[in-house]
Write a protein of this length. Structure first.
Length: 114
């Protein structure tokens, strides 16, 4: 799991979290955290989920399935997207159109603020 170890180590540093702090949050030892980060030990799926939660990311990011560390860390956003999957194509199209318009509006506002 070459990706997991590197991404876990990088994220806890970016989050200004020490191995000791992460170990306390995970109710484990610093040596276990070190072993994860040196790829000497692989966490269970439950532990990986817990790690991703405390690092504000997803298991998918830690495993290298995506390069976006914060993709869908908001469970409400993910739930809403899953709900839209049950809608017909016209409703989905309308939602995407509104969302794209909102994103463009926010980007424009950010550019104007510069």
């Amino acid at each position: 799991m070459d990706t997991f170890d590197k991404r876990m180590a990088a994220l806890h540093k970016v989050r200004k979290m020490t191995q000791e702090e992460l170990a306390k949050l995970l109710n484990t030892s610093i040596s276990v955290i070190g072993r994860y980060e040196r790829d000497e030990m692989t966490p269970s799926i439950d532990v990986a989920k817990n790690i991703s939660s405390h690092l504000s990311t997803t298991v998918g990011y830690l495993l290298g399935e995506t390069d976006k560390a914060d993709l869908f860390k908001n469970p409400i956003m993910l739930q809403r997207l899953c709900e839209s999957d049950k809608m017909d194509i016209n409703d989905k199209s309308h939602i995407l159109h509104v969302l794209e318009g909102f994103i463009k509006s926010v980007k424009f506002k950010n550019i104007a603020a510069l």
